[in-house]
Every structure is written in structure tokens, then in C-alpha cells.
Design a protein around this ligand. Structure first.
Ligand code: NAP
Length: 287
């Protein structure tokens, strides 16, 4: 495969950034990868695992000469990082991201881009509950979707390059309007994480005659709550940045839970069976 990017800078060499670098390196699509982050230990781990060729905690120095910068830090930090590096970007540089929320982030990033450089918003629909460079792997994006969220301002050639790179990672690229993206992912990703966190919170603090009920967990509880082991800072940022769409999703869920509560409260066997049957049909349809 011909080299597409001579020098790629990854800001935040964690699960998402590290996996992007690994996949592109394995494919031979990038020549040199610079890892940028705050903590020395994670960067050194990324270097020793062969994810990156160079490391630095100085983001401004790290992006100099890069044709592409991939920002994969918690979403509220992405505009701050871009504001810091923006004056040091090389002419023609493409900046893209892997953040899970898009509308406000994309408009803020577009505003921060210097003339002659291009921003393309992205969100790979792949992940695990683990964090950091050591959690990354080259096949994370294989067979998964990656949503790109171009706007009227997006440069067509930059969008083509970012699309090509995600395809090399094995992803199927879909284009979506940023606000539409946020409303869809509020329902299908952000709400389930909030419910998992709230459920573990409620059960973890429940007092049943002084017993620690978590000591009785079995498969069902563990399957349902796996995602509550995800990074709290990442989810704090997602909840704050997508709060309008997420509040609407939480309201919809609360209505559903209240309906279920009502059927239980009123001992309505037929309504309960119907409620569960409809949910089972939806769930069976996706697996
Ligand atoms: P991660 O594994 O925790 O990696 C984030 C990296 O960013 C860490 O290595 C951290 O390293 C660095 N970092 C954190 N805050 C920073 C800051 N303010 N400035 C510079 N570096 C910073 O997280 P991730 O799962 O890769 O998530 C990264 C992004 O991808 C997030 O925006 C998230 O919304 C998005 N995303 C995540 C998933 C998922 O399932 N995990 C899926 C799709 C998209 P140091 O602490 O060493 O600085």
C-alpha cells in the first residue's frame, strides 16, 4: 500500500487514537506517527508497544510538519487542544477527531481552524470499556462503521482523505449531519451508558437489611452493566456536551420505565407480557 500520510500526529494515544495508528501502520498507510499526550507513562507505553515512532507532551511541537492530526481525547478537551495547536499547524494539514459528540464540537473546531488547514469531524462506532494505549488494537475498526459529519465548510479533498483512511482501518464510512448524529447516538449509545451507570449506582448503594447486594451479581447483571466500567471522564464529557439530546432520551426512557412500573403496580399480566414481547422482538431483530 502506498504511504498516504507521511507524518501523522495522534493527540490522545488511548483506545481510539492508538487503534487508529495501529491499523494505519499495519496497512503501511502512514510513515511516521507522533504520539502526543499529557502523561509520560502512557506515551512511553505507546512507544514500547510500537504504536507510535515518536512521543512528546508538547502538543504544539508534536503537530509541526504533520499532514494529519487525529484528536482522540475526551470531547470537552478537543476544542481546547485544537485552540492550542492551531497556530502550529502546517499549511494543508487535515485535522480530524474521534469524539462521540459532534454538533457543537464540529462548529467550534471549524471556527478554530487556521486558513489553509481543514477540519473533518468523525466518530468511529467501535470501542470497549478499556482505556489507554495498552487497550488499543489494530482490528478495532474492522467491519465497524465510522460516521463522518461534514458541513458546508468541509473541504471535499480532506473528506476524501479521511474517508480513505477509515476504510483502510476496515471501517464502513457513513456521512451524517452533526446534529442528527448527536440525536441518534444520544438514544443508541449515550442513554444506555447513563442507564448502566445509574443502575449500578442504585444497586451499589441499595441496602437490603444491611447486605451488600453486589456480592450476589451473576451473568445478567454483569452483561447489562459492562459499559459502566467505561472511563468516567470520557462519559462526563459526553453527557455534558450532548446534554440536550441526552435529556430528551432520558425523558423517553423515564416514560417507558414509568409505564412498566404502572403495569407492575397494577398487577397487569397481559400488559406486562406485551411490554416484554415488544422489547424482545426489537432486541431479537438486532442480533
Ligand atoms: P482513552 O483510552 O482514555 O484515551 C484518551 C487519551 O487522551 C488518553 O490516552 C489520555 O492520555 C489522553 N488525554 C486525556 N485528556 C487529555 C487532554 N486534556 N489533553 C491531552 N490528552 C488527553 O479514551 P478513548 O476511549 O480512546 O476515547 C477518546 C475519544 O474517543 C473520546 O472523545 C471518546 O468520546 C471517543 N470515543 C470513544 C469510544 C470508546 O468506546 N471508548 C468510542 C468512540 C469514540 P493521558 O491521560 O496520558 O493524557
Amino acid at each position: 500500500m502506498p504511504v498516504i500520510i507521511e507524518r501523522l500526529a495522534i493527540i490522545g494515544v488511548g483506545l481510539i487514537g492508538g487503534s487508529f495508528a495501529r491499523a494505519l501502520r499495519e496497512a503501511g498507510a502512514v510513515k511516521t506517527v507522533v504520539g502526543i499526550g499529557r502523561s509520560r507513562s502512557n506515551l512511553e507505553e505507546a512507544l514500547s508497544l510500537g504504536i507510535v515512532d515518536e512521543i512528546t507532551q508538547d502538543a504544539v511541537a508534536g503537530v509541526r510538519g504533520a499532514q494529519m492530526v487525529f484528536i482522540s481525547v475526551p470531547v470537552c478537551a478537543i476544542p481546547d487542544v485544537l485552540a492550542e495547536i492551531s497556530p502550529a499547524l502546517t499549511d494543508g494539514c487535515i485535522v480530524t477527531d474521534g469524539g462521540s459528540v459532534k454538533a457543537s464540537l464540529v462548529s467550534e473546531c471549524e471556527r478554530l481552524m487556521p486558513t489553509g488547514c481543514f477540519f473533518v469531524g468523525g466518530h468511529p462506532i467501535a470501542g470497549t470499556e478499556h482505556s489507554g494505549a495498552a487497550a488499543s488494537f489494530a482490528t478495532l475498526y474492522n467491519g465497524k462503521r465510522c460516521i463522518l459529519t461534514p458541513t458546508k465548510q468541509t473541504d471535499a479533498a480532506a473528506l476524501d482523505v479521511v474517508t480513505r483512511l477509515w476504510q483502510i482501518c476496515g471501517a464502513e464510512v457513513c456521512l451524517m449531519e452533526p446534529g442528527h448524529h448527536d440525536r441518534i447516538f444520544a438514544e443508541i449509545s449515550h442513554l444506555p451508558h447513563m442507564v448502566a451507570y445509574a443502575l449500578v449506582h442504585a444497586v451499589g448503594t441499595a441496602d437490603v437489611e444491611g447486605e451488600n447486594v453486589l456480592s450476589y451479581t451473576a451473568g445478567g447483571f454483569r452483561d447489562f452493566t459492562r459499559i459502566a466500567s467505561s472511563d468516567p471522564v470520557m462519559w462526563r464529557d459526553i453527557a455534558l456536551m450532548n446534554r440536550h439530546a441526552l435529556l430528551a432520551s432520558i425523558d423517553g426512557f423515564s416514560k417507558s420505565l414509568l409505564e412498566l412500573r404502572q403495569h407492575i403496580h397494577s398487577s397487569e399480566p397481559q400488559e406486562l407480557a406485551e411490554f416484554f414481547t415488544i422489547a424482545k422482538q426489537f432486541r431479537d431483530g438486532i442480533v
